[in-house]
Ligand binder design. Structure first.
Ligand code: RNT
Ligand code: ZN
Length: 427
């Protein structure tokens, strides 16, 4: 049954006009806030569509300490299905979307191409789809789900041959990213995350880190068109099978990124369970050229639940808008849930971010700052509290309408339709 909750654009407009007046009393221009919130790019992760399986002929994600659980019907099995799902998801998501690709989504026409031999031509279909879709691409080398990653070590492997293979993959990936950047005439964020670590205690914590430093230097010193690629490095606290030791810890990459002036990636699920990333943003921006944020939601041992309109994401959005940091900070989704409709998983996370961003642009920040500067700290705190119950809902509806995307939960009926028409045929 197709159920529509909101059908009257006039009613939305009317509520919007009322809310607009309320915000204007605090000096906030809601039209401007909507535009600002729509303009910030959000990179959607291709891997939510197929449980991080990729197109290399394996049937599930393996190794690397990351795990997709669930078997909801409709997993995308090839590039065409994944692109169809993404186009559909993007039609339900307001604002500027990008697409974040992993190297294991190369399309090699049925031919076995090793990861160290990948070239931009293996991503041609993605590039022309992105062009038609009028979106930009981001990229990630894939250091997992591969026989040469089975030992748990890739770039930090003490075996020289294996390490060299992954270094070649890292270089190949940067070439692909730069080629994409040239084609879209705008930089591609190329994020390096490796699973390297150990399930149990290690005697030598240093050697792997030394090897990783050298491997990263070799990859990142490879000459590519610097204008078209933004390198980022992603740390992790622990993974499944790397509980005792992770080579690429936060301190490791922070030190590396500061010393080499490279951007860092902070994944919300990669810190201690009660540790959040908002306060790290301004601290790190003092010393590194920028950041990539992986929006996710950690629950207990899992770092990759669907991102929500949570206090954590709202705090991040407020911090980014207060800092005017969108020229230095890139934002991407990173989670995988195979137990619910995969397209809905994208839409929930992306809409959550966009709504939190809108809320941040609607914050009466000038008044809050003024209270802070003049020492009226009770006023600062009270305004922050009051702002939480400002009427954001009608502004959010108007944003969705302006972006020609469904208002409220209306998108759910479209998901239902798509399930019947498309996903139910994927057995
Ligand atoms: C893993 C990292 C990494 C991956 C993707 C698939 O813990 O978060 O970003 O999720 O590269
Ligand atoms: Zn991540």
């Amino acid at each position: 049954m197709i159920r529509r909750f909101y059908t009257e654009p006039e009613a939305i407009q009317e509520s919007y006009n009322q809310a607009k007046v309320r915000y204007a009393q605090f000096g906030i221009d809601t039209d401007k806030a909507i535009q600002a919130a729509l303009n910030v790019p959000l990179s959607l992760h291709c891997w939510q569509g197929d449980d991080v399986t990729g197109f290399e002929g394996v049937d599930e994600l393996s190794g690397g300490g990351i795990l997709a659980t669930g078997n909801y019907p409709g997993r995308a099995r090839n590039g065409d299905e994944l692109r169809r799902d993404l186009s559909f998801a993007m039609s339900l998501i307001p604002g500027t979307s990008r697409l974040n690709l992993h190297a294991l989504y190369a399309e090699t026409g049925g031919k076995k191409v090793e990861r160290d031999e990948l070239t931009p031509e293996h991503f041609e279909k993605w590039m022309s789809w992105a062009k038609a879709q009028r979106i930009n691409l981001d990229f990630n080398p894939s250091f997992f789900s591969h026989p040469k990653a089975q030992s748990g070590y890739t770039l930090a492997n003490t075996d020289k041959t294996i390490r060299a293979f992954w270094i070649r993959h890292g270089k190949a990936s940067r070439n692909i990213a730069a080629a994409m950047g040239i084609q879209q005439n705008s930089p591609v964020v190329n994020n390096i995350w490796i699973p390297d670590g150990s399930k149990d205690l290690v005697a030598d914590r240093f050697t792997h880190r030394k090897l990783l430093t050298e491997a990263l230097d070799e990859i990142l010193n490879e000459p590519v068109e610097k204008k078209y690629i933004v390198d980022t490095l992603e740390s992790k606290l622990f993974g499944i099978g790397s509980e005792a030791y992770v080579v690429g810890s936060h301190e490791f990459y922070m030190g590396y990124a500061v010393s080499r002036q490279i951007k860092l990636c902070l994944d919300m699920g990669h810190f201690h369970p009660t540790e959040t990333i908002t306060d790290k943003i301004s601290a790190l921006l003092s010393f590194v050229p920028g950041l990539l944020l992986h929006l996710s939601r950690g629950i207990r041992w899992d770092s990759d639940h669907v991102a929500l309109y949570s206090d954590e994401i709202r705090d991040i959005c407020r911090e980014l808008t207060r800092l005017h940091a969108f020229d230095k900070v890139h934002v991407a989704l990173d989670y995988f849930d195979a137990s619910i409709n995969r397209i809905a998983a994208w839409v929930i996370g992306a809409r959550a971010f966009r709504k939190a961003l809108l809320e941040a642009f609607l914050e009466p920040i000038d008044l809050i700052r003024e209270a802070e500067l003049s020492g009226r700290l009770h006023e600062r705190l009270a305004l922050m509290e009051e702002a939480k119950s400002f009427p954001i809902a009608p502004i959010w509806d108007a944003l969705c309408l302006a972006a020609k995307t469904p208002v409220g939960p209306d998108w759910l009926s479209m998901i239902q339709e798509y399930e019947e028409k498309e996903l139910s045929h994927r057995l």
